[in-house]
Design a protein around this ligand. Structure first.
Ligand SMILES: [Zn+2]
Length: 312
């Protein structure tokens, strides 16, 4: 959907509200008390009433808009932009474009949408051959760490550790200077607290299919991986060979870093995951085209969002 189509399909608040109601009913309204799926629509109160227990819920309740006072149209514009732009945009930019007084509600809306993007991708396991490595992303130093001397390199307080996994499917063809040709499939990125093997193991258990093959370097953090998947092929990888041995994780890491640097400045470590979730969600659906708006709308009405803002 381009901008002109969007504007003509959703010219005002009521067209957005009606469409949102249509999506909710298409996915199915579920009673939060008894789980029953049949509801009356109470037009005068603008809410659903459970036909079994009588519990009422508003149109926005238990969706991504739960508790939000922003207009439906703001949400639609945000979903449109998130699914139609190649890169991303900042909350400050959207606030300016909407002419909205306050920054926080716009910021929170975007984070909630990024949160459901992450939830959606958690539903799928990576399969076949998976490249795995860690990336170190620059984030804002937390207040309690600011007093301490700055450490350098990987252990630095200004770096967040991210585990990156990319399906990397071997293709037929000649081995070139860059190695055997491989095609990238799906991608996942997770912020992790440390590089302990138990931390890594848990991420792998949650996200990689048990019959997959993992390619990685020979880090001591990866010693248990052979027990968790079909095969683990650890290799000693000299620094200059990383791009050749694990091409897709490294392309993904550098693209994500560039995007974050270009658009969002001074990211707090605690919100980094949401930006990475957006990056992976879009990457994993790069061939969806116009359907992406529809997919994110479905995800928006389906999920009760658990994102909590701790900005006070
Ligand atoms: Zn009920």
């Amino acid at each position: 959907m381009n901008l002109l189509n969007f504007v003509s399909e959703f010219p005002d608040e009521s067209s957005c509200r009606n469409k949102f109601k249509e999506y909710r009913e298409r996915v199915g309204v579920v009673c939060p008390v008894c789980g029953y799926k049949d509801h009356y629509w109470k037009g005068d109160k603008a809410c659903y009433e459970c036909k079994h227990c009588g519990k009422r819920q508003s149109l926005r309740a238990n969706t991504v808009m739960h508790g939000s006072h922003l207009p439906f149209r703001y949400w639609f514009i945000a979903i449109h932009l998130l699914t139609s732009t190649k890169k991303s945009f900042s909350a400050a930019e959207l606030q300016r474009q909407l002419g909205h007084k306050r920054y926080e509600p716009i910021w929170l809306m975007l984070h909630k949408l990024r949160g459901i993007m992450g939830k959606r991708d958690e539903l799928y396991d990576l399969t076949e051959v998976v490249e795995l490595d860690e990336g170190f992303f620059t984030t804002e130093i937390q207040d309690e760490e600011k007093e301490k001397p700055l450490k350098r390199g990987r252990g630095s307080q200004s770096k967040s550790k991210v585990m990156v996994m990319a399906e990397s499917i071997p293709l037929e063809g000649e081995t070139t200077k860059k190695g055997k040709p491989r095609k990238v499939g799906h991608l996942k990125m997770f912020v992790i607290d440390d590089l302990k093997s138990t931390t890594i193991d848990n991420v792998v258990i949650e996200n990689i299919s048990t019959d997959a093959i993992i390619d990685s370097d020979k880090s001591t953090s990866y010693t248990h991986l052979k027990n968790l998947v079909g095969e683990h092929r650890p290799k000693v990888i000299p620094k200059e060979e990383v791009g050749k041995a694990l091409p897709w994780v490294h392309i993904a890491i550098s693209n994500a870093k560039r995007l974050l640097l270009d658009i969002h400045h001074d990211i707090k470590g605690e919100y980094l995951q949401n930006y990475l979730s957006e990056f992976c969600y879009k990457f994993n659906r790069r061939y969806f085209g116009e359907n992406l708006f529809d997919r994110l709308m479905v995800a928006s009405v389906t999920y009760k969002n658990r994102f909590r803002c701790n900005c006070g």
